[in-house]
Design a protein around this ligand. Structure first.
Ligand code: G3I
Length: 375
């Protein structure tokens, strides 16, 4: 078996050397192993789905989703600015399509996200009126969560409420509703959506200080007698900074709270960010130059190898804790879809996922598959 994987690995590495970075429509090779099959006894395997894919305008990606994944997270279409564009106006068009696609293909939906300081509709972005923020908060959660109750497997109820030091982010919700707003969000979601799981989701919560903040938050929700079913560690990492020790400690620490632990937005950037840290704060942007976009044409073998090893190390760890991890979701299907091509610097060429821009599995894909056969 291992010989088989090695053969595919070498063969695909050779093939990949010649691949360009332009996106094409390519037939999906059905002899490629399927992540959801390989890991079916270990964890659910998800991907973020974008609007093009939902509209059926990215057929190669759609085929790959059906072949490889048994969970999807809407990358943008269930965010407040899209789904709740006016005070009394909701747009469920894309979310309904996503739910129908998932039902048809036996895929679980993790709905993302009810309460997030970012991507708020325009009428909420600078709202100074506490009563109005409270009304929005209650209406939004009740209306959106109840529509999809039981139709989505789970909700990221609150997203990114913490600062790096573990304190609460100074968001519009903290300012206008006070520090109990997170417990209140889960309480409202529990009422509106009794048949879907409820999660807290954030980046860098594997880091000790921020992790301590997340643990305090989860304990506070539990102490209030409100349901929280799991925690999502987003997993936006970098080949030069893969925090394996902190990830391992976090799996243990969150698992000790008696809730599900998930990796919900996994990608491994091969490009530097200007601050040399791991952040996914969408408001932190920078101007680029050619030096900051070094792999415009293709990825050098040495970096491909580094990425492959990073994914192998990560999934070796995930497999060690497979009993404690319920889901691993990649933040996109193929490299061309990744938000990391446009953040923190617009217009770069990044390679953070398991499938390349032609939807071909990368060496990293086979290194992930190989971790299953080792256990
Ligand atoms: O839809 C508009 C389009 O009409 C417009 O022409 C275009 C011009 O800028 O913008 C489009 O919206 C973009 C949207 O993605 C859809 O493509 C926004 O500008 C852009 O900011 C937005 O980025 C998303 C980002 O969240 C902010 O919502 C990324 O795709 C998405 O991957 C990213 O996902 C977040 C998670 O939700 C939370 N954790 C971090 C993660 C990465 O930032």
């Amino acid at each position: 078996m291992i010989k088989y994987f090695r053969f595919i690995f070498i063969f695909s590495s050779l093939f990949l050397v010649g691949c360009s970075t332009t996106k094409k429509t390519a037939p999906i090779n059905s002899t490629v192993p399927s992540l959801k099959e390989i890991f079916k006894n270990d964890f659910v395997i998800g991907t973020a789905m974008d609007t093009q894919q939902i509209l059926g305008k990215d057929k190669s990606a759609d085929k790959l989703i059906q072949q490889q994944f048994n969970a999807v997270t809407p990358e943008n279409m269930m965010k407040a600015e899209v789904i709740h564009p006016g005070w009394n106006e909701y747009n469920f068009h894309y979310a309904d399509m996503l739910v129908a696609f998932a039902a048809k293909n036996n895929i679980k939906v993790n709905a993302h996200t009810l309460i997030w300081h970012s991507q708020l509709p325009a009428y909420m972005q600078h709202n100074q009126d506490a009563d109005s923020v409270k009304q929005y908060f209650e209406n939004h959660i009740s209306t959106v969560a109840s529509r999809y109750d039981g139709k989505v497997y789970s909700w990221d109820v609150v997203n990114e409420a913490l600062n790096e030091d573990g304190t609460l982010r100074n968001s519009i919700f903290l300012q206008k509703l006070g520090p109990d707003y997170i417990v209140d969000a889960f309480r409202l979601a529990q009422k509106a959506s009794p048949h879907s799981k409820l999660y807290y989701n954030d980046y860098n919560i594997e880091q000790p200080q921020k992790r301590a903040g997340a643990i305090a938050l989860i304990k506070k929700i539990q102490a209030a007698g409100v349901r929280i079913d799991g925690v999502g560690i987003q997993g936006h990492w970098n080949i030069n900074n893969l925090p394996l020790k902190n990830i391992e400690e976090s799996i243990k620490a969150f698992n000790a709270l008696g809730i599900e632990v998930m990796f919900t937005e996994l990608d491994i950037s091969v490009l530097k960010n200007p601050w040399d840290n791991n952040t996914a704060d969408i408001s932190a942007t920078a101007k680029g130059n050619a030096a900051m976009n070094p792999y415009k044409k293709n990825l050098p073998d040495s970096i491909q190898t580094k990425l492959t090893k990073a994914y192998s190390d990560l999934f070796t760890l995930f497999m060690k804790y497979k009993k404690d991890i319920s889901r691993i979701t990649f933040w996109g299907v193929d490299d061309g879809q990744s938000w990391l091509n446009n953040w923190p610097i617009a217009g770069r060429t990044n390679y953070p996922l398991l499938f390349d821009r032609n939807f071909k599995p990368k060496p990293a894909f086979y290194s992930v598959i190989a971790t299953a056969s080792k256990q």
